[in-house]
Design a binder for this molecule. Structure first.
Ligand code: K2U
Ligand code: ZN
Length: 177
């Protein structure tokens, strides 16, 4: 497997509506493996394909946070939210594509999601707590939506300006070698 570089906002690929995954080719299996490795390495509890520059509808997540518990790596292909609770929950979200920035986002507390797994089997599951927040955050990525899009314009612009500065500094470092 290969760790893939994570795109940093602002980047047009992070604002793109991704295309459904077709055949489950070797490339798709390799991408899923690389995305899980990249997620664990970050570390994060979720990662969407556009974050590693692949504009396809696939995400990975593992919201098991207890280091003693058994991890639960999940690969969701062409995921769809088929039900969302009226109850909503607020979570302080972050994003691997918007490093070191956190803000409260309100979302449905529970969602039911339907997807295809790596074996081509259709799956359906109801998520709550961090799993619910994460899967909604990742599906937003597949629709070119970032958690900062839920914030007030001033706050969003402040975060975007910080990321532009960060990318400029990173580019300078790369040039300096
Ligand atoms: O999509 C991503 O950038 C991965 C996020 C997913 C996520 C964001 C907010 C809330 C839940 C999941 C990374 O996991 S960011 C790191 C992180 C880790 C634990 C809890 C919140 C954020
Ligand atoms: Zn994110």
């Amino acid at each position: 497997m290969t760790l893939r570089p994570i795109l940093i906002h602002p980047d047009p690929r992070l604002k793109t509506v991704c295309k459904p995954v077709g055949d489950l080719t070797d490339d798709i299996h390799r991408l899923a493996e690389d995305m899980l490795a990249t997620m664990y390495d970050a570390p994060g509890v979720g990662l969407a394909a556009p974050q590693v520059g692949v504009l396809s509808r696939m995400l990975v997540m593992d919201c098991v946070k207890d280091p003693e518990a058994k991890p639960r790596p999940m690969v969701l292909i062409n995921p769809q939210v088929i039900w969302a609770s009226d109850d909503r929950s607020v979570y302080e979200e972050g994003c691997l594509s918007i490093p070191e920035q956190y803000a409260e986002v309100e979302r449905p507390a529970e969602v039911a999601v339907r997807w295809t797994d790596l074996n081509g089997q259709q799956q359906e599951e109801q998520f709550d707590k961090l799993w619910a927040t994460c899967v909604q955050h990742e599906i937003d990525h597949l629709d070119g939506k970032l958690f900062i899009d839920y914030l007030k314009p001033l706050k969003r612009q402040m975060i975007t300006r910080k990321m532009v500065k960060l990318k400029r500094e990173q580019a300078r470092e790369t040039e300096r070698g």
